[in-house]
Design a protein around this ligand. Structure first.
Ligand code: UT7
Length: 325
């Protein structure tokens, strides 16, 4: 048996920050942000919002789309780099809030590759007989870890959540394959140093501003293009299909220039590439499931279509998944 996505949903908090809002905070402007990144606005959660609150909204929508009751769920997997707390997992908070009493729950930490990693875990759980129905969520409140004094990073990120209900299906349908890779030796390119055991962020022990994202943008950019292209082709090759067979390509939404460069490398026409980063910015683990939900709503794929997902993020981590919808 395999697993298949049978429902999707997304949620972004209502508050929006435009490029002009950033021009009032740091030395930047709408023209630089739009041309260098393609981002025009991003959604920002109100203080006091928990990541599991965003998960809950997206999950309810995905469950409605799938026609599945939370009590039918066997497991929940949440990909996030901004959990509610170090522990328990955001998955456990989501389980409680959803009333998914029968489900076991966990988080997966793979930064911006969080959804593809979580989907791969969920698919493996179904294949191993550890459940027949589950929820896979990517969710972030990146505004809690963004340094709003650093123009090189603060303009990039947004908050949101996307969810997919997966269920057991016949082999050869649904998730055809997942491909995951990591390179821990490049951890420094994009990371958040504080809040863990290395720098616990206890009063008096933390060094200044360690609880924020740090990124070597230019270097990260190059790895993102190379790795996302590679892992996309790996998925096609494994399944004996070509890029011409792909109906929709959903790459991680980090930067319009990255998306364009990856698309060019793998040779997919622009009209088959889904882009919504202009309205959400980079939402890390949430970017792909938000895009999946929007793509469905806009009729960008239908039953039987081949959809290719490709992710890249801190770790470094990268991965792809080929789906028969
Ligand atoms: O999600 C997971 C992975 N994340 C990514 O894949 C993000 C990858 N990186 C990027 O998207 C891009 O590297 C950035 C958008 C972050 C930066 O774009 P870039 O074209 O790589 O610019 P850069 O870092 O090479 O900087 C070029 C110039 C610098 O000024 P000087 O040194 O040439 O005078 C920066 O200080 O642009 C300056 N700059 C800005 N100027 C206006 C950097 N950020 C800004 C800004 N507004 N917000």
């Amino acid at each position: 048996m395999g697993s298949k996505i049978i429902g999707v949903g997304m949620y972004a908090p209502p508050k929006i920050m435009t490029n002009n809002d950033f021009a009032k905070m740091v030395d930047t402007n709408d023209e630089w942000i739009s041309t260098r990144t393609g981002i025009r606005e991003r959604h920002i959660a109100e203080p006091g919002t928990a990541t599991s609150d965003l998960c809950l909204e997206a999950s309810r929508r995905a469950l409605t789309d799938a026609g599945v009751d939370p009590k039918e769920l066997d497991f929940l997997v949440v990909g996030t780099l901004t959990p509610d707390m170090p522990f328990p997992s955001t998955g456990c908070f989501l389980q409680m809030k959803l009333g998914a009493d029968r489900a076991y729950a966990m988080d997966v930490s793979a930064a911006c590759s969080g959804f593809v990693y979580s989907l791969s875990v969920a698919d493996a759980l179904v294949r191993a007989g550890r459940g027949k129905k589950g929820l896979v969520v990517g969710a972030e409140i990146l505004s809690t870890v963004v340094d709003y004094t650093d123009r090189g990073t603060c303009i990039l990120f947004g908050d949101g959540a996307g969810a997919a209900v997966i269920a057991e299906c016949e082999e050869g349908d649904g998730v055809l394959s997942c491909h995951l890779h990591s390179d821990g030796s490049l951890w420094e390119l994009i990371h958040c140093p504080g809040g863990g055991t290395v720098d616990p962020c206890n009063p008096g022990t933390s060094t200044v501003r360690t609880n924020f994202i740090r990124m070597a943008g230019n270097e990260t950019f190059k790895h993102a293009v190379t790795r996302m292209a590679e892992v996309s082709l790996e998925a096609l090759e494994r399944n004996g299909v070509t890029v011409a067979d792909v109906d929709l390509y959903i790459p991680h939404q980090a930067n319009q220039r990255i998306v364009k460069a990856v698309g060019k490398r793998i040779g997919i026409p622009e009209e088959k590439v889904f882009v919504n980063l202009d309205r959400y910015g980079n939402t890390s683990a949430a970017s792909i499931p938000i895009a999946l939900a929007e793509a469905k709503e806009k009729g960008r794929y239908s039953k039987g279509d081949l959809v290719l997902l490709a992710a890249f993020g801190g770790g470094l981590t990268w991965g792809s998944a080929l789906l028969r919808m």
